[in-house]
Design a protein around this ligand. Sequence first.
Ligand code: ZN
Length: 235
Amino acid sequence: MNPNSALVLFSGGQDSATCLAWALDRFAQVETLGFDYGQRHGVELSCRAALRKGMASLQPKWGAKLGEDHTLPLQTLGAISQTALTSDVAITMNANGLPSTFVPGRNLIFISFAAALAYRRGIKHIVTGVCETDYSGYPDCRDDTIKAMQVALNLGMETRFVLHTPLMFRDKAATWELAEALGGAPLVNLILRESHSCYLGVRDIEHEWGYGCGTCPACELRAKGFARYLDSRKG
Ligand code: ZN
């Protein structure tokens, strides 16, 4: 196992893009992994290549560290979950307090597949952009869930993976601040332009905070976070 290598769960959204920069700043070798699970919109997946290319050219040392990109098909996940991300279900709050965008067990499945791939490739560190601060209350994004996953994977695979969650206790404004600390304005601009958050897959309406419909919960979260980030820079 290469102790200085990392696999980043990389969807093409703001959070995973920031995590990729974070990993490129820390580890000698970084690979990326995306999942195609029948998302209603493949927009996030198509943003991945542009983000990877952009980061590799922002800093030559990052370009030298950036290794293979993997995409795993997980259509089964879409087939068993009737949610607003994978079918034409409206984005609302369910009776159990979870939004209809919640895909049951999604992150548990993603991290399990990431670990299986990391095992094969001799990669020790697994990086994911999950966050329990101002996200939608997904229980598989909680710190305790990820810590339990790390224990389960290491027991189940007889290995020593380290799961990293650099965004766990940051809100969206703090995530922009992290991007700025890692790569300055050029990285912030790259993530603004090329990362995708909108649940509706809108890419042709541009805002100060990036592209999106502007009204879905993901756009609202992103817009508010960027506004708070700009405020904190003025202050
Ligand atoms: Zn939107």
